[in-house]
Write a protein that binds this ligand. Structure first.
Ligand SMILES: [Zn+2]
Length: 384
């Protein structure tokens, strides 16, 4: 069965497609282009979205939970709630993200998340878990944020191997502090295995940061937050990450974690090809104010702010709002802002052929947006 989506505009890989047609078949995109370029088959089921915008589904590479559930604790019913909330906000695939926790808690969570990844079938209104992001335990004590200090450890290839086994190879992103003893060796091993080594929760000065990049680190985790601040005589991790074109970087664009003017500065530094939006959302996302789980501890949530012992602890940001914030904070147009939540994160995690792009052969992950960026409908691998 072929479905033909039509709309005034689609956000194509090379820019806007006006008077757009996207053909979907068997959960994949068969064709994408203008009405002149794409012939709609006679037997296709048509869905017209009028003056709205067809965009690639969003990919969130840093998310801890939503709808009252934490990805480290949730069973499959709980994960389904998380995935339902994600899809409501335009996210069609995600990297469930662990926080620093006792070893056995983490190993159990990795096993459960690996199962979820292996068994994820295309389903209406359900974002797909595509790989795990391990945020911890190889983080700086000084820049740990709310990660429990008792569970932080120095980078260890042996411990990493236990994680890798428990996750059955489904670790896609690892946040690591470059300055810790053993970090460069571990980055070497992990990068060769195809893991995205992401610099973060780090107090690294310039030299260890450069060594980490030489060893294969290619990304940065929630830039500015839990990071040694910029010193103009010692650029450190932040200065190097903002400047080095080999490194992509993500940011929490909720207006709380980073001032809107600094979000704009970040976008100027990393540009439309290398900036990535994440939510760092926790279980409280989409829920009323109160107390919520993040990994093994409880976080107070009030309005836009999640805190634990006076420190920021994740967010209640949703990806569609992050996209609209980029438009508001930096004056970017919808198409450019959407790429920071689709094409760019897909490139970071090595899924650019199947995710984050409206092109033949890619998964039929599509979000229908109003011209202002409000989510109207989300299609997950063809399931609408
Ligand atoms: Zn996080």
């Amino acid at each position: 069965m072929v479905t033909a989506l039509t709309a005034a505009t689609a956000i194509g890989p090379d820019g806007p497609i006006h008077d757009a047609v996207i053909l979907l078949e068997d959960g994949r995109i068969r064709a994408a282009g203008t009405r002149e370029q794409v012939q709609i088959p006679d037997n296709a089921e048509g869905k017209d979205f009028g003056s709205n915008v067809l965009a690639p589904g969003f990919l969130d590479i840093h998310i801890h939970g939503a709808a009252g559930y934490d990805v480290m604790q949730a069973d499959s019913a709980g994960l389904a709630k998380v995935q339902g909330m994600l899809a409501k906000h335009g996210v069609t695939s995600y990297c469930p993200t662990t926080v620093t926790a006792p070893l056995d808690t983490t190993l159990r969570a990795l096993d459960r998340l690996a199962k979820a990844i292996e068994s994820a079938r295309p389903q209406r209104g359900q974002a797909q878990p595509i790989g795990i992001h391990t945020e911890g335990p190889f983080l700086s004590e000084l820049r740990r944020g709310v990660h429990p200090p008792a569970d932080l450890v120095d980078p260890s290839i042996e411990l990493f191997e236990r994680y890798w086994q428990a996750a059955r190879g489904h670790i896609r992103v690892m946040t690591i502090a470059a300055e810790l003893p053993g970090a460069i060796e571990l980055i070497n091993v992990a990068a060769q295995r195809g893991i995205v080594c992401s610099l973060g929760h780090s107090d690294a000065t310039t030299d260890p940061t450069r060594d980490a990049i030489a060893a294969g680190a290619r990304h940065a985790t929630h830039t500015f937050n839990a990071m040694r601040p910029l010193d103009h005589r010692d650029p450190g991790v932040l200065g190097v990450v903002l400047d080095d074109d080999r490194v992509t970087a993500d940011i929490i664009a909720d207006g709380v974690h980073v001032d809107p003017s600094v979000v704009e500065l970040f976008l100027k530094a990393k540009g439309p090809e290398r900036a990535v939006l994440i939510t760092d959302a926790i279980s409280a996302t989409g829920m009323p104010a109160g107390t919520y789980q993040l990994g093994s501890f409880l976080v107070e949530v009030c309005g836009e702010t999640c805190s634990y012992q006076g420190k920021l602890a994740g967010s209640v940001l949703t990806m569609d709002r992050a996209v609209r914030n980029v438009m508001a904070f930096a004056g970017w147009d919808l198409g450019a802002a959407v790429r920071l939540a689709s094409r760019n994160p897909a490139r970071v995690v090595g899924s650019s052929k199947t995710k984050g792009v409206l092109a033949p052969g890619a998964d039929a992950d599509i979000v229908v947006l109003s011209p202002a960026g409000e989510v109207l409908q989300t299609i997950c691998r063809g399931a609408a």
